[in-house]
Design a protein around this ligand. Structure first.
Ligand SMILES: Cc1cc2nc3c(=O)[nH]c(=O)nc-3n(C[C@H](O)[C@H](O)[C@H](O)COP(=O)(O)OP(=O)(O)OC[C@H]3O[C@@H](n4cnc5c(N)ncnc54)[C@H](O)[C@@H]3O)c2cc1C
Length: 349
C-alpha cells in the first residue's frame, strides 16, 4: 500500500488531522489500538473563559471560531448532532467573586460571553447563596459519539487498522518511510498520552493529568444549563448529568478509582441537595505539556515524522486549529507559531 500519510491515533487530534487530509484529497491510513481514551471520556465542553479567575483562555475565542464550523461540517457528513449549545452558570462563592466577574465582563474580549447581570433566581436542588454569573455562546461537543462514528466510517472504507503501531518497525528512507507493507511520505503521531511510548517523541515534557468523571441520574434537578462550582454538572438530557472532573498527576492509569469517585461526590454534595444515583464512572488521561500549550511540528532529526499532541484540557477547541497549522507546515512549509512549535523543545533532541 502506498499512501501520503500514516496517522497514529484517532482521538480528537487524529480526527482533526484526518479531516485536513480528506479535505485536501490526500491518501492515508490510520492506526488505532484503543490504548488511550481521553477523547472518548471528555466532557466535551468549550468556553473561552477560565472559570476560576475569569480571564480569557489562551486563543480561546479564535479557536472556537475555527472549531464550530469544523463540527458543523461533521454533523453534515454523518447527519447527526454533535454540538449542543449550553449556557454555563458559575456559582459565586462570595461578594468578592461577584465583583471580579463584573470587572471581567466589562472587558471587550469577554463581554460577548459573560453576561453582566447577576442571576439571583433560585433553582431547585442547587445551593447558590451569592447567585450565579452566566456565560453564553458556550456548549459541548459529544466527542464520544463523534469519535465512534468517525472510526466506523474509516473502518468501512478500509482506512483504519485496529492495531498497535510499533515504532521500532519504521524504516526511514530519504523521501518517506516504510512500515510493514505500507509506504508513506510522512507519519503524524496523534497518540495522546501514548506519546510516552514513542521513542521519537517521548523526550517532550508531558505532564499528563488523569481525570475522572461521573454520570448521575438526578430526576429532581431540572436544569438545562451547566452548573459550575467545585465541579461541573452538565446536562445530557433524560435527567442524566455528567459530573467532573478530577485532576491527578500521579496515577497514570485510565482506571476509575474509589478515591476519584469520593472526591467527585464530596464536591458535588457541597452545592447539589437533591438525591441522585451514580450510573457511570469513567477516567482518562489528558495529554498536557508542561507549559500548557499544544505541541506540533516535525521531529528535528527525522523530518518525515511529525507530532500533534498536548491538547491538554481543551482538545475540543484546539484540535482543528492545530491540525490545520500542522498540515500547512508539512505540505507548504508554512510557519508554525513559536508558542506551539516543537522547536521550543529542540534542545531535548
Ligand atoms: C476526564 C476528562 C475530561 C475532559 N473534559 C474536556 C472538556 O470538557 N473539553 C475539552 O475540550 N477537553 C476535555 N478533555 C481533554 C480532551 O479529552 C483531550 O484534550 C483530547 O481528548 C486529547 O485528544 P488526543 O487525540 O490528543 O488524545 P487521545 O484522545 O488520548 O487519543 C490518542 C489516541 O491514540 C491512540 N494510540 C496511542 N498510541 C498508539 C499506538 N502506538 N498505536 C495505535 N494507536 C495509538 C490511543 O488509543 C488514542 O485513541 C478532558 C479529558 C479528560 C480525561
Amino acid at each position: 500500500m502506498n499512501v501520503d500519510y500514516i496517522i497514529v491515533g484517532l482521538g480528537l487530534a487524529g480526527l482533526a488531522f484526518v479531516k485536513e487530509l480528506e479535505k485536501n484529497k490526500k491518501t492515508f491510513v490510520v492506526f488505532e489500538n484503543e490504548s488511550q481514551n481521553s477523547s472518548l471520556v471528555a466532557g466535551g465542553m468549550y468556553n473561552p473563559v477560565i472559570l476560576k479567575r475569569f480571564t480569557p483562555v489562551w486563543n480561546g475565542i479564535e479557536q472556537i471560531e475555527t472549531a464550530l464550523p469544523f463540527y458543523a461540517e461533521l454533523e453534515k457528513q454523518f447527519k447527526k448532532k454533535y454540538h449542543y449549545k449550553v449556557d454555563i452558570y458559575r456559582i459565586f462563592k462570595s461578594i468578592e467573586e461577584q465583583n471580579n466577574w463584573f470587572v471581567a465582563s466589562d472587558k471587550p474580549k469577554l463581554s460577548p460571553y459573560m453576561s453582566v447581570d447577576l442571576i439571583q433566581k433560585k433553582y431547585k436542588g442547587i445551593e447558590s447563596e451569592y447567585g450565579f454569573g452566566k456565560l453564553v455562546n458556550t456548549g459541548r461537543i459529544d466527542s464520544n459519539q463523534l469519535i465512534k462514528d468517525y472510526r466506523n466510517y474509516l473502518l468501512e472504507n478500509n482506512l483504519l487498522i485496529k492495531q498497535e503501531f510499533k515504532h521500532n518497525a519504521i524504516e526511514q528512507k530519504e523521501d518517506g518511510i516504510i512500515y510493514e507493507s505500507i509506504s508513506a511520505k510522512k507519519i503524524v503521531f496523534c497518540e495522546g498520552f501514548g506519546l510516552k511510548q514513542n521513542p521519537f517523541f517521548n523526550k517532550l515534557p508531558m505532564q499528563e493529568a488523569k481525570g475522572e468523571l461521573l454520570t448521575i441520574y438526578a430526576p429532581n434537578l431540572n436544569v438545562d444549563f451547566l452548573v459550575k462550582a467545585a465541579v461541573f454538572v452538565m446536562p445530557l438530557g433524560d435527567n442524566l448529568y455528567k459530573v467532573g472532573a478530577t485532576f491527578n498527576w500521579k496515577d497514570k492509569t485510565k482506571v476509575p478509582t474509589k478515591e476519584g469517585k469520593f472526591e467527585l461526590v464530596s464536591k458535588l454534595d457541597t452545592f447539589i441537595n437533591v438525591p441522585y444515583k451514580i450510573v457511570d464512572h469513567l477516567a482518562g488521561i489528558r495529554p498536557t505539556i508542561n507549559d500548557r500549550r499544544p505541541i506540533i511540528g516535525k521531529h528535528p532529526l527525522h523530518t518525515n515524522l511529525a507530532v500533534l499532541n498536548g491538547l491538554g484540557t481543551r482538545g475540543v477547541i484546539i484540535a482543528p486549529t492545530m491540525a490545520n497549522m500542522l498540515y500547512n507546515h508539512l505540505e507548504f512549509n508554512a510557519e508554525i507559531t513559536s508558542d506551539v512549535s516543537i522547536n521550543r523543545f529542540a534542545k531535548l533532541f
